[in-house]
Write a protein that binds this ligand. Sequence first.
Ligand SMILES: [Zn+2]
Length: 880
Amino acid sequence: MADVRSPTLPDAQTAVEAPPSPTHVTIRREDYRPPDWLVPEIALNFTLGIESTRVQSKLQVERNPEAADKGDVIRLNGDGLKPAGVWIDGTPTDKWSMDCGDLLIELSGEAHEIGIEVEINPAANTKLMGLYASNGMLCTQCEAQGFRRITFFPDRPDVLSKYRVRMEGDAGQFPILLSNGNRIAHGDSADGRHWAEFEDPFPKPSYLFALVAGDLKANRDTFTTMSGRKVDLAVWVREADLPKTQHAMDSLKLAMAWDEKVYGREYDLDQFNIVAVGDFNMGAMENKSLNIFNSAYVLADQETATDADFDNIARVVAHEYFHNWSGDRVTCRDWFQLSLKEGFTVFRDQSFSADVGSPPVKRIEDVRVLRAVQFPEDQGPLAHPVRPDSYIEISNFYTATVYNKGAELIRMFHTVLGPEKFRAGTDLYFDRNDGKAATCDDFVAALEGGSGVDLEPFKIWYSQAGTPKVRARIEHDAEAKIATLHLEQHVDPTPGQPDKQPMPIPLRTALIGSETGHEICPERLIVLDQARQSVMFENVTEPPLLSINRNFSAPIIVEAERSPGELERLAQTDTDPFARYEAMQELMMRALVVGARGGDMDREPVVRAIGATLRSNSLDPAFKADAIMLPSESLIADRMDVVDPDAIHAAREELRSAIGSALHDELIAAHRSDSAAGDDLSPAAKGVRRLRTVALGLVGAANPSEAAGLAKAQFDRADNMTDRQGALGVLVSLDAPEREAALEAFYHRFHDDPLVLDKWFALQASAQRADTVDQVLRLAKHPDFVMTNPNRLRSVAGVFGANHWAFHSADGRGYAFLADMIIAADKLNPQVAARMVPPFGRWRRFEPKRAAMMRQQLERIAATPGLSKDVYEQVTKSLA
Ligand SMILES: [Zn+2]
């Protein structure tokens, strides 16, 4: 599954004793036992209707020879289901009972056929888990535990079955019927109804089951695999959206070719379908051969989608496609192993995006996401290892730690082994585990087997939570021409893990000459695996500058002793683009932290470094845009002992304004560079557009009225959504008449396009203004605000939760608003509601008044009657 990239920022912590609830049970990894019964085959028969769908299932069950329990009962998970009939070997039976929603059936023999009939109401399914209705169509979402809302089944990833699926429904309402695998038969039945039957030859867990029925049209194409097999591809959408599907199709074909080239993985069925759905909890879902997508990750054209949207579509299409091997062919033994498929697949999609775009810029973006979402997770009450030890609600563990830090862990394996040995390891992993449900240990064992390298020490990255901090100091003996790098590592305690062990940390390191600016000691890989370690560099002919954790080779926080002058020099000379970006960020961060503490900011080195970056002829515009962007307010907050959001905001605005006025001409020049055609999606053209808007934002910090005029001009003449949204993004934070005019024009033009309307809501919820709380209160009452649609809810409440200054508004109204949203959303869609809790999490780090108000809101949520286990878990952990 792919996450949505709405930046809800986790934060964190103390406790009300919420009443223990019998359904809120903690599940532990150490309690894993193999299933008692296996289900090698299942046949499903759906009689489809929006308000009533009948599901008849036939399960071929047999005892698992590996099971410890030889009891006479099979437990089939259910959630909100009532059996209308149960059969054993074709005979109706009453030897069943219900237990916490599950169906228990008494069985005496070694193998049986179980028949079950249930009736469900897709229209009433606001959780969007299981089978649900969206805009007149029916679709499914089964990961992690949605299948148990469709029929009774051992709903766990280590029960793999061959599926045969028959669907019947009204031919006018549901002209298209799709499920996993190949369509083997279809036909018409009486009364304008029709049916189709699908068979998936690959055994799969229930979370990969999918069904779609609706009035859809396809963008069709074909792909010929490396062994010469032709695969029929289709992207299914509503007819009006067909013109917006080409980018998704192009991305799919690129991803298929890339996985053959880089991982030797070929597609294995005759058909591959993508379906876009308007109401979807996550980004997209990798159901075998029938990927179901949030429409935000399918639909794009120049008019309505930004460059970032295009990039996200390519990324998510590739991600879900790559799951065909890393997830579907080899799946997870249990949900604690989620990172086995997600960490690996995120690493694969990151590598793909880097290969088809700009590798340094992609790396900077990946690290920005990691720092914005995962680092706060690691530092707060919701901290958990990449492979968690326990959960109450598994949906809460589709986190940046499992996904993004998990990907960093795979990247470290790749760094340590090198591409050839890594590939030998993944080949062995796929060969050994094909058709099986595997564990993270199986993955590491295969990498070791393929490469011949012992990776045992690295396994601590799966089990130990928290972001390691590495202190680095370099000592230079000019006479002996020797430099010594002193390294020290430390991990702060996290919930349940008070004492931490040293971790192996791969650090790509080089030394840059402070006089010549040349790489005087070429890059080498240092693996820091002790609490303290020193490394020598020879032939150091001039005072060295430390370039460390190049390309972000480890997901850590580096605290290096470097003066502002040294950082400024590195920002211009470092031979690693990421390290150069990093030097710039650190330079700005140092000034901002001083400013936020009420001290005098040293702006000069920052202004000089940004000026040099803007004037450079050798840097590409996308890199420039990244390098001159100031660290976010929440990142600055991470550096403060006591967080004062107003002081942080003021310091950041002051520095932005200083840059905007000192570098006015350079910024205007960057804004005016006009060499990218609106339909040019090359990395270079995207970079030009990006820099145009980032530069304009800095101008606006110093001279709001000039920026408002320029932004409105950019808005009016834009022939693409990137420039249009960029201009509006600058305007929403300004007090200028152009603001209202542009917002109104945008709404007027796009109010019928839900995905673009989401942008209109999100831009206002992200505005850096004193009255943003009032604005979001108004937005939540807007007739186009629909709480049942996850994208719309996230575009207001999710985005607002990540708007540091506004959310932490001193009067506490931001807290009250988000808590109201969580409570209301929880009644409809607990999964989406729970994902809005993290901004409350780090309340302990805030100044006392805000801390008390945040805690109060958490307690208010916790005391809400009928709270879901999703929100219950997030809130009680935040208070603990
Ligand atoms: Zn995924």
